[in-house]
Design a protein around this ligand. Structure first.
Ligand code: BTN
Length: 265
């Protein structure tokens, strides 16, 4: 695979969801590398069936179509590649203002967070394992919503998101160029996705996730469909899964909602 395949960028002023669009494109055979970018989504999708909302023209709303050579247990690395490429892009463009405020990290599984833990971006991967056509691998659409210029101030947020979400603009103290960030993200994504092709590349992705992961060392509550448990996040496996130390021994979390909790619960 060439270093970057992300050159077919399709732009939408308004669309329901860029993830939905690319999943439909994948069903009709679209190749790896198609990118959808929207100014506004009317039915943006978040994780766990939630919605993802942002005012028109303020933030980056992007999806990429991947056909990764990853088995079922390794698909987490697709979201990791996009989260790390977004971190790379924030760093190379200086979009978070850098300096004394500390660095942007990843809250497992895939939220980009500011140094104070507030959410800057979320990643949603959706696979369609039914639409494998001869000669092509199953599509995985990875969407990312990055809070670039919204909120400008905390008061822009609905009350339930105050203290929970922030934006690059708030970190930098000035408006941030969305186009420069998009270009940097697509440039960074080429080598990140190329890493899927080798064992060493995948180990490197997981290692970079481990280094960026603000969840490690933190007391957590893990919410699974069949209940919750608590413990301390201790490690990220080479497949990108989270290992949580509990009173009953280590438990590996492949998918789930992880809440950072204070030691007193
Ligand atoms: C999360 O819940 O944290 C994940 C949010 C993912 C939002 C992005 S915005 C672009 C892409 N299209 C969607 O419908 N969702 C993702």
């Amino acid at each position: 695979m060439p270093e970057t395949v992300f050159t077919d960028v399709r732009r939408f002023e308004t669309i329901d969801s860029t993830n939905r669009y690319l999943l439909d494109e994948a069903r009709t055979g679209a190749p790896e590398g198609v990118v959808a970018v929207a100014d506004h989504q009317t039915a943006g999708r978040g994780r766990l069936g939630r919605s993802w909302e942002a005012p028109a023209g303020a933030n980056l709303l992007i999806s990429v179509l991947l056909r990764p050579p990853l088995g079922h247990g390794q698909r987490h690395l697709a979201t990791t590649a996009v989260a790390l490429a977004a971190m790379d892009a924030i760093s190379t463009t200086g979009a978070s203002g850098g300096g004394a405020s500390g660095r942007v990290g990843i809250k497992w599984p895939n939220d980009l967070v500011a140094p104070d833990g507030r959410k800057l971006a979320g990643v949603l991967a959706e696979a369609d394992l039914t639409s494998v056509t001869p000669g092509s691998r199953a599509p995985v659409v990875v969407g990312i919503g990055i809070n670039v210029n919204w909120p400008a101030v905390d008061e822009d947020l609905p009350p339930e998101l105050r203290g929970v979400a922030t934006s690059l603009r708030q970190l930098a103290g000035v408006p941030v160029d969305r186009e420069a960030l998009l270009a940097a993200l697509l440039t960074a994504l080429g080598p990140r996705v190329a890493s899927f092709a080798t064992e060493a590349g995948k180990v490197q992705l997981a290692g970079d996730l481990r280094s960026a992961c603000t969840t490690l060392g933190t007391p957590v509550r893990v919410d699974l469909p069949d209940g919750s448990f608590t413990g301390t996040a201790v490690s990220v496996t080479d497949d990108g899964h989270l290992v949580v130390g509990t009173d009953g021994g280590p438990r590996t979390v492949v998918a789930g909602d992880v809440v950072h909790v204070r030691p007193d619960g």
